[in-house]
Each structure stands twice: as structure tokens, then as C-alpha cells.
Ligand binder design. Sequence first.
Ligand code: G16
Length: 545
Amino acid sequence: MAQFEKVSQYSVQHPKPTGLVLQYGTAGFRTHANQLDHIMFRMGLLAALRSKKTKSTIGVMVTASHNPEEDNGVKLIDPMGEMVTPAWEGHATRLANAEQESLVMTLKDIIEMEAVDLSQNASVFIGKDTRPSSETLSQAVLDGVSSLDSHAYDYGLLTTPQLHFMVCCKNTQFRYGTATVEGYYEKLSQAFIQLTKHAPNRTDDQKHLLVDGANGIGALKMREMEPFLQKELKISLHNDGSQGKLNFLCGADYVKVQQKPPEGIKMNAGERCCSFDGDADRIVYYFINSAGQFHLLDGDKIATLISTYLKELLTQAGLDLQVAVVQTAYANGSSTHYLVETMKLTVQCAKTGVKHLHHAAQEFDIGVYFEANGHGTILFSKAAEGRIQQLTVDPNINDEKKSAAVLLENLINLCNQTVGDAISDMLLIEAVLAIRGMTVQQWDAIYSDLPNRQLKVKVADRRVIETTDAERRAVRPAGLQDAIDELVKKYQKSRAFVRPSGTEDVVRVYAEADTKEAADTLAHEVSVAVYKFAGGVGEEPKPFL
Ligand code: G16
């Protein structure tokens, strides 16, 4: 059957609702699962084209990550395991929104524009999270891939970062690792076990960690991985999906935004806890102190812990490699201040979305990137990796330098350098805390967060808000930024910004100030300004209680 006839025939089984328009957002398409069947089919098509174009394996992950269980979504993964390149995000949006009768024409347009050789073989890796809708939606992706006579390998249930890892392994001819879940567990756990050898005599209490699996895929995969860790980490897994609903009153996003512990986990004072999100690409840590107060250690604190340790190891190893930290506008002012003023590290601000942070981090020898919401990883340039490895085999260096180089080498192996990964980050944090003999309280005390608040505002069309300066200022609608500036002036150490979410149909509001009351009031006042200037719908935002 002629190539495009097959596409036409298959596409009839995955019809697009007329008039429905969706955008490839911060991390792919995301909306209610019942609007996504045609999107999945078409992303299968696009992944096959991208694979033919790059002559590499491409990944398609079916997940809506931190969104509620009723939603779903899809992310495309490029050859080195990174998010798909922006030009192809544009193709994705065009293909997704082509009405049924113009689908083949749009496909042909993309083929021509990108000079895709259709005779080239294509290979697509597919993964999915535990949402009930993921089963049929990933089948739609498979249909898309096979309607272009391309090869698909369906991994079934995976965390998002595991799929990124598989794609990278495959396209590096397995130099990055073995493209199987066992390969992933083995690579990470071996590095972790090597690192913990530098922290002997840890007690069972020190090895103990409470994990909130957000009732999602991360819980399932953590259970599979546990035997590989050879009791060097003792995990109590909660919200493992056996009872609760995905991301409901639990998970990293809930804990970060609500600034409170998840349901379904009983914490004793001082115990170290962490939460994954729905597809295990984010992590936040927390504990309650003896007075019952909740302490959150978010992406900013994770970046601080890791970058500080890396800097220390580089000094010990005598390596003059530059460590930089990439954050977003959501980074707490105290973290940026500490990293710049005390640690004397280079800090950059990127737009929200790991794809932006990832690219910024690639510019440095060692780029530590973390969003405050707990999404991040460390990137080592090839040159940096080379110099570290060289040092581990250099016969002319002293023991202190050698030991630092070996630690750095193991840290490289423990990081998932393709994307933020809750499991890899958790092991990294546990290793650093163990080696430094640091408690979670000591880690928390490195600096104190400025009180902050995040809110969401519903508006008729969130695209009316346009931002600049890494999303720290709104250039549209007229008058909104002036209103925010006036409100911010009323408080001490204050800052606020607004931006349209790329994963939910809301405008996000962030505010920080010197006191909790001031941060909460400022966030509420800015929400009201958004409601007024940007076409708020429903009731006007109420003061935060
Ligand atoms: C995704 C992105 C993150 C981003 C988050 C929120 O996370 O990967 O980089 O911070 O969405 O984005 P927004 O504020 O635009 O809604 P996840 O974990 O949901 O995939």
C-alpha cells in the first residue's frame, strides 16, 4: 500500500475533533485524556519522521507527569535523550492541529521542509506512565509509527527519565549504558554503592528514607530497583499506587506548592522524606522538626547541596573546571544570593521548562540545573568527563586527588545526564549526605528560604500574557507589569512575576517577601491584578488563608 494511503486509513481510527487546537507546551501536549487520541497517533507519525531525519532512535513518552490522573500528555525525546528541538515542537503543533482532511498534506509539508528521506529506516522507543488512559493512548502512538512502516519498541511502563536514558543508550551504541530497565538499575546502583563506600559505618537510621511515590510509576520502579541497592539505602515506600489516586494530595508538586507533607505518610520528627511526581522526573525533600514545623528542601536546595559538593571535590582534585548553576525565575532569592555571594558560583536564569535549563547548562564544564519544583540534573561536558577520567588513572597524583577524581567519576555515572530524574537525584542526594556525614537539618540550614507563595489564576485565554527577561516581566497585557511593580514596592525583599503555564490551563503567580504574611498577601494582590488585566474567569481570587 502506498505510504500515505496507509496514514490516511489509520488516521480514520484516530480522528481529530473538529476545531480542537492544542499547543506543544512546556513539556509536550497536555490536556484531558479524552482529547488526545489523535495527538498520540500524530506524534507517532512525527517521531517516525524525526527518526528518519536524524537517523537515530526517537522516544515518545505518554504521560502528564504532575497533572491530575484524568489528564494525559506526550513528550518527544531527541537522539541524545534530550527534549525534542524547538523547530520540531512547531511541526508537532502544526501536525496536531491539522484538520482530518489536511493531515497528509501537512505531513508532506513537514517532510519537504525538513528534507526527510522516507526510504530511511526509523526506530521509535515508547514508554508510558500508570494512568488508566496511557494504555490506549500508547497504542495510538504505535499505530502512528507503524503507519509509516517504521519500527517501534514498546517498553510499557517506565518513568519518563528511564525512557530518556534508553534513547541515549541506543543512540550512543550503548556507551551511555544498556537500554534496558536492568541496565538503568545496574548503572545507577553500582555508582551509588561505590560512592557509599566513602561513607562507611552508617547506621540503619542514616540509611533510612521515606519515599512518597505520588501513587505513580516512580513507586513501581523504586520497588524494582531496591534489590540492586544492596541495602545501602532502606526505603519505606508510601503512596505506592495500591490505594490512592495519582498525584492526589501527594507527590512533589503537591508538597512544593502546598508547602506541606503529603497525605498517606507518617513522619517522625527529623526523619528524611522525599516525594516524586507522577512520572518520577522531579523530587523534593522535607522533614518536620521537633516542634512539628514543616521544612521543605526543594530544587534550589538540591542544586546548592550538589554544586557546593562538586566545587569541593574539584578543589581537592586540583581541577580548574567551571561549575555553574542554572535556575528559573522561581528560584528562591536566598538561594541565588547564597550561590553567588557565598559560593562564588556562576548562576544563570533560564525560562521555565527543563529544555531551556538543559541547553543553558550545556554551555559550562559542569552545569547543575534545577527548577525550584525539583526538576533537574547535572551535565558534564565531554572535556570535563575526559579530564576527570584521566586523573583517575594518573600514576603521578597523590591519594587525596585520586580519591576526589574517583568520587567525581562515580557522580558522573550516578547522574542521568539526559534529563531531571527523581530516582537518580535521590541517590545522588543520599550519597552526598552520606559522604559528607550531613543530616537533612544541616543541609536545610545552609541558607533560609525567603517566604514565598505560588497561586494559579483562571483566565479566558492565558496566551494574552507575554513575558520577557526569562519570564520575570510581563510585556502584555498593557498595564499588568506596572500594577505588579507597584504592589511589589509595598513589601520588603519582595519579588513577584506571572506567566502562562505550559502544562495547565492557568496563569501562574509567584511572590516572595520577607515574611509569610507579606508573601501570601502579595501573591493574592498580584492574582487579582492578573484577574483584572488578563481576563479572569469565575470568581475573583480570594485572599490566601
Ligand atoms: C513540566 C516541565 C517542567 C516545568 C513544569 C511546569 O514538568 O518539564 O520543566 O517546570 O512542567 O511547567 P508550567 O509552569 O509551564 O506548567 P512535569 O514534571 O509536569 O513534566
